[in-house]
Design a protein around this ligand. Structure first.
Ligand SMILES: C[S@@+](CC[C@H](N)C(=O)[O-])C[C@H]1O[C@@H](n2cnc3c(N)ncnc32)[C@H](O)[C@@H]1O
Length: 190
């Protein structure tokens, strides 16, 4: 298939948005796959801020970063992403070039702990303020579980109303696949 699949496309967007020296955010670190990618992309002069409410996620991600000797470029917080503006130092406000959210539950973890529309939307609103021009927020929306379907609906309503003078909003989604595969919404600040 020549069309890029959904998860690789999220990484393509991050690679476009994050240059060496950048400030980037992993809003849902989980097992740390995206945190690791961002740590590689920001280089030794950049910084990644990672958030997850589960201790398990921080432990797995720390291990992964240590294995790759990239822990020093990353600060991990056992806090909700809705605290992003308070956590990121004010010198970096307006300088964040990318943020990624993988919504839903931690693979292999507690399926009762899921992202929620109110906190996801609050974090997106804060991040739009924190972004540099042409900075990007990538949302990977998992909607195969009940709460995921509700979160999808609220998020789509919210992002469709964002001011086009302020941001571009893209949906990247295969329309004829079975079983509700994840899809992407990307928000780029103008
Ligand atoms: C789909 S997983 C992330 C997968 C991750 N990108 C990876 O590479 O493994 C979603 C994560 O979001 C976390 N989460 C739920 N609510 C959150 C919140 N308010 N702030 C930050 N993380 C949250 C969950 O604990 C879970 O680990």
């Amino acid at each position: 298939m020549k069309l890029e699949r959904v998860l690789p496309f999220s990484r393509t967007l991050l690679k476009k948005a994050v240059q060496p020296g950048a400030i980037a955010v992993d809003a849902t670190i989980g097992n740390g796959h995206d945190t690791l990618l961002l740590a590689e992309l920001v280089g030794e002069d950049g910084k990644v801020y990672g958030f997850d409410i589960q201790e398990e996620a921080l432990i797995h991600t720390q291990e992964r970063l240590k294995e790759h000797k990239l822990l020093d470029r990353v600060e991990l917080f056992q806090k909700g992403h809705e605290e992003v503006q308070a956590v990121i130092p004010s010198i970096y406000h307006g300088k964040v070039t990318a943020a990624i959210f993988n919504l839903g539950y931690l693979p292999g973890g507690d399926k009762a702990v899921v992202t929620r529309p109110e906190t996801t939307i609050s974090a997106i609103q804060q991040l739009i303020e924190l972004l540099a021009p042409e900075g990007m927020i990538v949302l990977v929306i998992y909607h195969g579980h009940e709460e995921g379907a509700l979160e999808r609906d609220e998020l789509l309503q919210f992002v469709q109303k964002l001011d086009q003078q302020q941001v571009h909003v893209l949906q990247y989604r295969f329309l004829n696949q079975q079983n509700n595969p994840p899809f992407i919404v990307a928000i780029e600040k103008r």
